[in-house]
Every structure is written in structure tokens, then in C-alpha cells.
Design a protein around this ligand. Sequence first.
Ligand code: ZN
Length: 484
Amino acid sequence: MTAEKERRGTRRAPVILLAVIVWLALTAVVVLLVDGRTVRFYVYGETEMDVEYGTAFIDPGVYAVTVGNLFGESDEELPVETLGSVDTNSLGAYFLRYTTRYAFSEYSVERRVNVIDTTPPVIELKHIEGYAPTWMTGYAEEGYSAWDNVDGDLTGKVQRLKLYNRVQYTVSDSSGNVTMVERPLTHMSYEPPEITLLGEADTVMQAGLWYTDPGVTVHDGLGNDLSAYLVTEGQVIPWVTGSYQISYSVTSELGETVSAERHVEVVPVSMPAAVTPTEKTIYLTFDDGPGPYTGRLLDVLDKYKVKATFFVTAQDSRYYDLIGRAFRAGHSIGVHSSSHNYNTIYSSEYAFFEDFFNMEEVIKAQTGEYTRLFRFPGGSSNTVSRFNPGIMTRLTQAMNNMGYQYYDWNVSSGDAGETTRTDQIIKNIKDGCAQHKASVVLQHDIKDFSVAAVESVIQWGQSNGYSFKALQLDSPSAHHGVNN
Ligand code: ZN
């Protein structure tokens, strides 16, 4: 008992100590349980943040303290360990874990950091020193490059779009950032060309066979000759009166057009008004020669000092000189036709004019001058030309516009098929002439039976108060109605 007491007495101090410790521990547990003490994190910045590629990332950090129901927040900052890291040189999502320990437990909070690329690529346009593009060929690329902070060289991915007055360059990086730059072409050094009209811009010309356009010159701002690119529109039909416009233009590769215009007014050649003779007049006219009987005819006309008119052809060159003889004798010479081939001459205006002016050359060679008198083969009323509808309407108008007077007839001798009898021809002419104050008589001097009638007709006419005259530009033209 004593010993036991003793043993107890000697152990009293440690027991008290132990009791205190236990009491403190129990108190702490009770306090903890009742206080509900835990850890509170304060996260600086956002828990999910974006950081730009390639920039320095500075972790804003966290602040950790304990907090309880009864005693509130501690003033003391808990030590925090950060797990994870952020590599801003590599795109992607990173997680930072902040950890602390308190009362045998581990507490942590997480932050997401996105390394992103919001920087668009850079396009650099090159400029060639002294480069002077021409207006016509347009702009030729001087060069460009594209670079991106993440993807590096993107030159090969640039989309180039050539627009009317600018060039557009577009490129996007792997993050979808798009860059577009433009190169304006409006203030380039080249200037549009200038079209300079040669001759007058407004021309009045008399109707005729030819219109020769004086043309233009066209040079760009650098002095380059652009005539190879010239487009001329509009056409003058020189024998048809009216207003014409000729337009000259050049169009560049960019679609710009520079143009100039010329106005040509085709006016008719003035013609003297026809004068009706006051006395009874007979105009003897002979078609289709000269031929074998023309010389004899000229002798008869000379004998009676009668002037007549010859509408000549080029069908027999052996008698061409008779055209000159007739002209020098005071007779009128008119064009009839070079070939007298209806199918050829009425096939087109061009064919007619070609035939016509060939005859004019023959006449000029024999007489020294061109004539302005003519008679259509078949007359202006012919229907043989109907294979080409409207040709006579166009030709009669065109020839008058060009200053040529055409003559038909109002007395037919009948030598073109109705008769081969000279006495009948004489009768036809007398009967015909009796009906007109001014008679234009149709005969053919390639027909001997017709030529043989002339002397009688003259004798009859002269003894009956008629005067015989050669046709002039102002003589009655005895026009027929045009039937085609
Ligand atoms: Zn004829």
C-alpha cells in the first residue's frame, strides 16, 4: 500500500503534465470541431486567364489563410506550394495548382491559363525603286511577304486579289487571325493615254466614193505608242448622206477605257437645178457604143451641126477613140457601163461603183476629163436588178448624192427589141417627140438600123422647129419611176 502510494507520489508530476496535454488536446479538438476551422484561398486575378503567346507570364498567385466559425479569419498567411507551369511559347491550356496543408489536411485551388494567339500576321508590301507600270499593261506585282509570330513565314499562303484600282492581299494564321492590306493603284505613276485626232474632229465632206479616215495617234503617259491596241468603231458610207460617228478607244488590262470621237457629216454634192428649155428640144442619146457605126453617126451629126449625147461602154476597145472624137465635136459623154452585165453591176453598190469608175477612167483617157452624166443600164426603172432588192433605190440616191446626174428617156426609138426596121424607128421617134416639149430619145449606136434613122429624124426635127441639144447637168433628166 505504502509502496503503491509511493509509486503514485513519485509519478504525480508526469500525470499532471499528461492531464494538461490531454485537456489541451481535447480543448483543441473541441474548438476545431465547434469552430469548423478550414482554409480559405484568395486567388489573385481570374481563375481562368488568357495570356498572349510569346509574352512573359507572371503568376498573380494566391493568398491562403485559415478561417473558422467562431474565431474568424486568421491573420497568418499559410505557406502555399504551386504545382504546374505555363509555357507561353506553346499554345494551349495550362493548369496551376496552389496547395497548402492545415491540421493534417491538404487544401488546394486551381487556375486555368490559356496561352492564345491574337496577333495577326504581318504583310509587308515591297516597292521596286523606280518601277513605272504602264497604263495599258496594268500593274505587275512588285512583291510581298507575310510573317506570323506563331506560324512564321506565311508568304506562300497570301491570297492576292487584283481589283480595279487596287491589289488586295489577305492571309490568316493558324489561330484564324486575318490580315488584309491593300495596295492602291490609283496613284501609280502611270497616266492614261491620250488619243489625238489627226485632222478635224468635226468634218463635213461631200458624198463620194471614198472616205479616208485621217486616223489618230495614241500614246500613254510614258510616250509608248499604243496604236496596236486601238479599236476603231463606226464606219462612214461616203455615198450615203448623213451624220456618222467614228470612235477610237483603247482599253487597259484593268478595264479602263480612253476614247475619242470624230463626227463626219456627209453632205450631197450640189447639183444645178434642171432647166426646162423654152423651145421645142430633142436630146438624141445613144447607148452601148462606141461601135462600128458610131463613126458614121458622128459624120451625120456633124453634117447637120447637131449635138447629141453618148452613154458609152467599154465593150469594144477598138472604138474607144470615138469617145474622144465625139467629145471634141461638142457632144456630151456620159457613163453607161463598163461591162453592161446586169448580174455583176447590180449585185452590190461596190460592184456598181467599180464598173462605173472603170468607165470613167476610159472616158478620162479619151477626153481628158471625167463626166458627171450617166445612164443606168436598163434605165433607173429596170426590174432586171430585182435579184438585189432595193439596189436601184440606193444607187439612184447615192449617185445623186455624189453629184452624178442620171438620165432616163421619155421617147423610145424601139431599137432595143421591138423593131429592126429603120422606118419604124423614125416613126417612133417622131411620134414620141411630138408629145413632149423636151424629148430625151433613147437609141443604140451599136445598131446600124437605128443609126440609119438619125438623118431623117434630124431633117424632120429641124424643119419642124425643134432644136437638137446635148444633155448637160441641168438638162431635163426624164427620170423614170424606180421599181426596185
Ligand atoms: Zn444599154
